[in-house]
Ligand binder design. Structure first.
Ligand code: IDC
Length: 310
């Protein structure tokens, strides 16, 4: 039985925990795709089934870039439709397999979510209308606000986008990114969004770059009861490449576990970077992967996931 089959639709309780309809605390553990515009071939049912059965993944994050990599807001209408189609394929596959799925508005070089707010409103209107009956869909409305984007900017954006989702879907959990590439959960804790309760605030870490200092920020927010969700992390540095630091990564996993916080690893692709799941020579995309196809971080994570399987 998958986690979704067991727990169904989730919500955030008044202690900031993700819970099922019985109030049982649930943490999700899974993998993020790379850019849907770049690596759409991994969004297929066979591969999702493989990740669920062999790796104990219970959530898949669909990273839809908005700017770079021919993202949603820079391409033409045909590009938008193509991306919507990949999202739909991912949501349907996840749903058929009993997996949770995150639709991620992956802002990155477009550092402030207000930049593409009108597009975001149209996109989430469409998504929430389409998937309102799906208890397994989670909306992530801005991956990583960065550079000079303030929490006030993110909050203003969220306060416009959340009601658009709620117009169709009263219950879906919504994830909100935080400033400085989703690290400043302390700023969200100091001034949380008041218009909705079914929200979680996002923290991302790349273990070789972000260590004790960021863990202290995370822990203070967790202790203050802020709902937290790690929708992206890597074992390497913040570039997504170079050496893995499994010791630091394990310290993060232990901390996430201490507060029942969900986590999702970056990324499913065979790009030549250490955060990718597959080595560059591996061109498989479905279910015939063997050990030699996997990068070190992926192997490490499969063990972590196996220990969290229940
Ligand atoms: C990186 C990818 C890399 C790609 C780059 C720009 O790993 O292949 O060239 O984006 O598209 C993030 C982002 C995530 C980054 C990742 C590593 O959310 O998109 O992916 N990272 O840099 N935040 C911190 C690290």
């Amino acid at each position: 039985m998958t986690k979704y089959e067991k727990h169904g639709a989730l919500h955030v309780n008044n202690k900031g925990k993700l819970v099922d309809h019985n109030g049982e605390v649930v943490a999700l553990h899974g993998y993020s795709t790379h850019a849907l515009s770049w690596y759409p071939e991994y969004v297929n049912r066979e591969f999702f089934e493989f990740m669920s059965e062999k790796w104990h993944v219970d959530v898949v994050r669909l990273a839809m870039y908005t700017a770079e990599e021919n993202g949603y807001c820079v391409g033409d209408e045909a590009n938008k439709l193509k991306l919507i189609e990949v999202v739909d394929r991912g949501v349907k596959a996840a749903t058929e397999l009993g997996l949770y799925v995150i639709i991620d508005w992956h802002i990155l070089s477009d550092s402030n979510p207000l930049m593409h707010k009108d597009e975001a409103i149209k996109f989430f209107d469409l998504m929430a209308e389409k998937y309102k009956a799906y208890g397994n869909v989670i909306y992530e409305i801005c991956n990583e606000p960065n550079v000079d984007c303030t929490w006030e900017d993110v909050k203003a954006y969220a306060e416009e986008v959340i009601p658009v989702i709620r117009k169709h879907d009263e219950y879906a959990v919504i994830l909100v990114g935080t400033p400085v590439w989703s690290q400043k959960v302390d700023q969200a804790a100091a001034n949380p969004i008041r218009i909705d309760k079914n929200l979680m605030y996002v923290l991302h870490f790349y273990a070789d770059s972000h260590r004790e200092e960021l863990r202290a920020i995370f822990e203070a927010a967790a202790q203050a009861g802020l709902p937290l969700f790690i929708s992206e992390f890597g074992c390497c540095d913040a570039s997504g490449n170079f050496s893995n630091n499994f010791e630091q990564a394990q310290a993060w996993i232990d901390l996430a576990d201490k507060y029942d916080v969900s986590f999702i690893m970056w990324n499913i692709a065979n790009r030549d970077e250490s955060s990718a799941s597959f080595v560059p020579t591996c061109t498989k995309t479905t279910n015939d992967f063997v050990d030699e196809d996997l990068r070190e971080a992926c192997k490490w994570y499969i063990d972590v996931l196996a220990k969290h399987a229940k």
